[in-house]
Design a protein around this ligand. Structure first.
Ligand code: PMP
Length: 351
C-alpha cells in the first residue's frame, strides 16, 4: 500500500560518488584525490586551532578565506564565493543562474553530477555530443539555451579546451551565465580567469579537493563579477548562513600561503602522469592527452569492466563508468610513483 504523502516526496536519482573503501593495503586511484599531504602551513594552522572557538558560529562571510582567495587571484573585493567543496558551489550556481524554461547545455560526456542537479532543481537540459575524439565543439553551444556549464579540463575525459574556444562560447551567449568548472585546471589546463574582466556572464568554479590536497576539508569557490557573486550569496543566505566551518576557513586560507609547496606537488603529479601514460601505452593502452590529475585509458579488446574488477581484486581501486561511449575506459587517478608501480605490477599480472 502506498501512502498519500509519497506523492509529495521530491523524487530524485542521486549522484553516486566513487567508493571510499575503508580497509588497509588499498591503493585508491578512483576519486582523483591528491596522493600528497596538505602543505606544512595547513598542519600548523590545524594544530593551532582554538577548540573553544568551536562553541561559536563561524564567520558567515568566511572573510579570511574569501579575502585570501581574492588576493591570491588578483581580484577585487566581492568577486569570490566559497562553499562546501565545489559540488556545493556548483549546485548553488545551478539554483541561482539556471532559472529559465530553456534547456541548459553541457556535453554528453562530462561530470555526471550536472544532470543530477538539473533534475533536482527541475532545470531542463540538453547534452550536445562530444566529437569522436571526445572533444567539445564550440559551435554546439551557439543555440538558444538557459545557461551553459563546461568542465575544463573535462572529466572523465581529461582533455583540455583552449581559452579561445571557450571565449567563443562565452561571447556567443551574452544572455545566459556560462559556468566553467575548473576543478582540474591547476594540473595543466588553460584557465579562463583572464576573461573575467571582459565577460560579465562568466563564472569560474574551482576546488581545494584536487590540487590543494584538501578533499576532506570540503572547500570550493567561484569567481566572477560582483553581481554574480552577490546573487549566489543571496541564494546561499536563503538556505544556510553558515556553510564554512571555522576550521575550513582557517585551513583554506593557510593553504594559499604555501605557494612553493603547492607548485612542487603539482609538478610531481604532472611528472608522474607523463610517465604513467607512457607505461600504460607500453602495455597496449590507448591513453587520452590528460591535462588533469587522472588518465582516461582503454585497452582495445579488453572490457573496461573486466580490468576494473580484476584490479579491485588486487586492492587497486580505479573508476569505471557504464555510459555507452565510455564503458571501455578506465579513469585512473595519478598517485605517487610507488602507487603507480603497484598498478603496473597488477596490470602485468591480470592482463
Ligand atoms: N567538478 C568536477 C569536474 C569534478 O570531477 C569534481 C570531483 N568529483 C567536482 C567538481 C567536485 O569536487 P569537490 O566537491 O570535491 O570540490
Amino acid at each position: 500500500m502506498t501512502n498519500k504523502w509519497e506523492d509529495n516526496i521530491r523524487k530524485v536519482t542521486p549522484y553516486v560518488p566513487g567508493e571510499q573503501p575503508q580497509g588497509t593495503g588499498i591503493i585508491k586511484l578512483n576519486t582523483n584525490e591528491n596522493p600528497y599531504p596538505p602543505s606544512p602551513g595547513v598542519y600548523e594552522t590545524f594544530q593551532e586551532l582554538d577548540v573553544t572557538r568551536f562553541a561559536l558560529y563561524p564567520d558567515p562571510s568566511a572573510t579570511e578565506l574569501v579575502r585570501g582567495l581574492e588576493t591570491y587571484y588578483g581580484l577585487e573585493e566581492g568577486q569570490v564565493f566559497v562553499g562546501v567543496g565545489s559540488d556545493d558551489v556548483l549546485s548553488l550556481a545551478f539554483l541561482t543562474f539556471f532559472n529559465s524554461d530553456k534547456p541548459i547545455l553541457f556535453p554528453d560526456v562530462t561530470y555526471s553530477f550536472y544532470p543530477v542537479w538539473a533534475d533536482v532543481y527541475r532545470i531542463p537540459y540538453e547534452c550536445p555530443a562530444l566529437d569522436e575524439d571526445f572533444r567539445i565543439r564550440a559551435e554546439d553551444y551557439k543555440k538558444e539555451n538557459g545557461g551553459i556549464v563546461i568542465a575544463n579540463p573535462n572529466a572523465p575525459t581529461s582533455l583540455g579546451m583552449k581559452r579561445s574556444e571557450l571565449e567563443e562560447i562565452i561571447r556567443s551567449n551574452p544572455d545566459v551565465i556560462v559556468i566553467i568548472d575548473e576543478a582540474y585546471v591547476d594540473f595543466g589546463g588553460e584557465t579562463v580567469l583572464p576573461l573575467l574582466d571582459t565577460y560579465e556572464n562568466l563564472l569560474v568554479v574551482r576546488t581545494y579537493s584536487k590540487s590543494r590536497s584538501l578533499a576532506g576539508m570540503r572547500i570550493g569557490f567561484a569567481m566572477g563579477n560582483r553581481r554574480l557573486i552577490q546573487a549566489m550569496t543571496d541564494v546561499k543566505e536563503s538556505i544556510n548562513s553558515y556553510t564554512m566551518t571555522t576550521a575550513s576557513i582557517r585551513i583554506g586560507a593557510a593553504s594559499l600561503r604555501d605557494e612553493d609547496y603547492f607548485q612542487e606537488r603539482l609538478k610531481q603529479v604532472v611528472a608522474t602522469r607523463k610517465w604513467t601514460k607512457a607505461e600504460l601505452e607500453k602495455r597496449g593502452f590507448e591513453v587520452l592527452d590528460s591535462r588533469t590529475n587522472f588518465l582516461f585509458a582503454k585497452k582495445p579488446g579488453v572490457s573496461g569492466q573486466e580490468i576494473f574488477e580484476k584490479l579491485r581484486r588486487e586492492k587497486i581501486f580505479v573508476r569505471h563508468f557504464n555510459g555507452e561511449r565510455i564503458k571501455d575506459y578506465l579513469r585512473i587517478t595519478v598517485g605517487t610513483d610507488e602507487q603507480m608501480i603497484s598498478l603496473f605490477d597488477a596490470l602485468d599480472k591480470i592482463l
